[in-house]
Design a protein. Structure first.
Length: 460
């Protein structure tokens, strides 16, 4: 018999007992939908976790610190950072020169970390508006974090250390607008006084070594994009080009280079830059661990978002396996229902099987007929189960995103949802349902093949 004949005959036999067929298919529907929804939750949470880590920083960036894994101090200099750039798969490097400055805007005061980085680093920062700072800008230009305005407060309203409308007294966010908007409000900066080497000469009473503090106003280059969550690793910093910052600081601090320079045993500035940390950029996330190991072998401590992502991913894989296993139990119960349905079908069609054998029907055709029937049950249940899981997935995402409200759960990016069904999961589900149905029909099909035609006709 041709496959088309077997398929037609299989569907005709299933329609003879519509109620029993529908109930059996319903079991497969529940099992398929359970597997898809459970796995979609696991995949969605994994995707949200990856999104969260990427918001905190690039997955291809390694941060290197100026101390070793043994706890000993290591000098992170320009020469050392150049060696990082020679490691295979490294596309760029950036030292980070950070200066803490006092900032004022009207009555509001704040302390801002002014971070000088290379163009390689700046290119990694997502922009909400504006452009990136350039080394040849006529004035020092600043790229502000999207939440830097929240660091300002009004000292005169000093109950508990000051007043900021963005935060309540318990440390939680209020949702109010911050006191300062860098795009609209001018911000004046005051830098720390220059470093004074230790001297045996006493300072005369009534005199001071500090000059009156000068205020500086810088141009605004742009604002960082905080992503869907509104927060990233760049949100509370102020970034500028490192060469432009060095040139500006040399005008203030001259030979000491920075406010608090590294010094030799005599207390004199070293005369070169020693950084607290640096960033190394890798061409592909699959090479991050390899490059990170090379850096730690050089004696420096390094970490990356990929390192934490992989650890979290292992936990998520376990969660995903558990969720998928819960759905698989439902499909296993459905498989038992298919076996029961097919065995009942054999008992009811004993005469039909006997007649087919007497007429010389091939044993393989009898076996394939029952396999086609059980596989068709799996196919129908799989298709309907997929449709139901799509509806459930959309409903879950609607509830999580808020459905116009505040949402039931926190997710890194509500627009992507917590339930995610990729194309491969659709294909896997339908093939798995067909496979389960076919496997469940194997024993009944063997029973039909072994049935004696004479005994079948005599029993009838």
């Amino acid at each position: 018999m041709r496959a088309s004949d077997l398929l037609t005959l299989a569907f005709r036999n299933l329609l003879r007992r519509k109620t029993r067929t529908v109930l059996t298919v319903l079991g497969v529907v529940i099992g398929t939908a359970s597997i898809m929804v459970m796995m979609s939750l696991g995949l969605g949470m994994s995707r949200q976790m990856r999104k969260m880590f990427s918001d905190y920083g690039s997955l291809t960036t390694i941060t290197v610190y100026s101390f070793s894994s043994k706890g000993e101090a290591e000098e992170l200099t320009d020469d050392v950072i150049k060696k990082f750039g020679q490691i295979p798969h490294v596309t760029g490097t950036s030292p980070q020169l950070s200066v803490s400055v006092e900032a004022k805007s009207g009555a509001a005061v704040g302390y801002v970390s002014l971070v000088g980085v290379s163009q390689d680093y700046l290119k990694e920062i997502p922009l909400k508006s504006g452009r990136l700072p350039k080394p040849d800008d006529p004035n020092l230009t600043i790229l502000y974090g999207n939440r830097i305005g929240e660091t300002f407060y009004i000292p005169s309203k000093s109950e508990g250390g000051g007043y900021s409308p963005s935060w309540d007294m318990g440390g939680g966010e209020t949702g109010s607008e911050p006191l300062v908007n860098p795009e609209k409000d001018p911000i004046f900066y005051t830098f720390p006084p220059p470093y004074v080497p230790p001297s045996s000469a006493p300072v005369a009473e009534g005199t001071t070594q500090e000059k009156p503090k000068k205020k500086y106003l810088f141009d605004v280059a742009g604002i960082v994009d905080g992503g869907a969550s509104g927060y990233s690793t760049y949100s509370y910093e102020a970034y500028c080009d490192i060469d432009a910052l060095k040139a500006f600081l040399r005008r203030i601090y001259r030979k000491s280079l920075v406010p608090n320079p590294k010094t030799n045993k005599k207390g004199k500035p070293l005369g070169y830059y020693v950084y607290e940390q640096a960033s190394v950029f890798v061409d592909d996330m699959n090479h991050v661990n390899e490059v990170q190991k090379r850096i730690t072998d050089m004696g420096f401590q390094a970490d990356s978002q990929m390192q934490w992502l992989e650890q979290s991913q292992q936990s998520m894989n376990m969660v995903q396996a558990v969720l998928g296993g819960i759905g698989a139990v439902s499909l296993l119960v459905a498989a038992i229902g298919i076996v029961n349905t097919m065995m009942m079908s054999i008992y009811e069609r004993t005469r039909e099987i006997g007649v087919m054998k007497v007429l010389g029907c091939d044993m393989k055709d009898i076996r394939n007929l029952f396999l086609f029937e059980s596989g068709s049950i799996g196919f129908l249940g799989g298709v309907v189960g997929i449709l139901i899981s799509m509806v459930l997935s959309a409903l879950i995402n609607f509830l999580v995103s808020g459905g116009g409200g505040s949402g039931m759960f926190y997710v890194s990016d509500p627009s992507e949802g917590i339930s995610y069904i990729p194309l491969w999961l659709y294909l896997f589900s339908i093939l798995f349902a067909i496979g389960i149905g076919t496997a469940a029909g194997y024993l009944p099909s063997r029973r039909a093949m072994e049935l004696s035609p004479l005994a079948a006709l005599r029993n009838e």
